[in-house]
Design a protein around this ligand. Sequence first.
Ligand code: SAH
Length: 235
Amino acid sequence: MHLTLTPLGYIESCFKEKFGIPRQPGLVQAARASLRLLPPFDRAEAVRGLDGFSHVWLIFGFHGTADGGWRPTVRPPRLGGNQRLGVFATRSTFRPNPLGLSVVRLAGIDTSHGVRLEFSGADLLDGTPIYDIKPYLPYADAITDACGGFAPDEPAIAVDIVFTPEAERHLEQASRARPQIRALVEEMLRYDPRPAYFGSSDRRKDFGVRLYEFDVKWRIDDGRAVVTALERCEA
Ligand code: SAH
């Protein structure tokens, strides 16, 4: 059977680029995402009963990397990027069918105009197409004695975060529109997103990433992440 999938809607996420997105959901609880269902799925009855669940599974398309095709083996960042494992032994985005699977907290359901779902703890790029939503069933989905292969535990916290006085001022401004932005910056940076993206030989010290409508800038200094600015982007 060859499936044709129709997006139920597209994610609006705080993450506007791949860099900085956590490697799995749940690691950055302050990461918010929202989904407005498109017709003909935008009917309140289609989500009847969902409010009883704290978490849902999202099946989505890796639209940002789908053009890259797939490879039978990949180098998980978790292993320092120098060991190859089979694609099906990893959560690589470069898969034969570029489908992602994330469990996220269901933070809200609004059925006043169509259907809008709010999620937290998401690891999703802005614009991600969502193909299915399923309730998380603790009795079946939570397996307490499971083995985690090459990724047995959540990643270690890699850096302390400090804000310069100027960044504190920017943060105060930004928090008016985005109350959770401090938590988001702290939770995102503490895992040090660099190794997933830059080789260990990379000597750069200044980094930037877009969160919501802000360019967040930081510097790696003596094992700490020093946030220097949050600047509102043009447009
Ligand atoms: N929880 C999912 C995703 C794991 S990979 C799964 O296991 O299937 C996590 C990475 O996917 C993130 O670091 C982010 O950079 C990337 N990602 C998230 N949404 C994406 C998208 N729409 N297209 C491409 N990559 C995406």
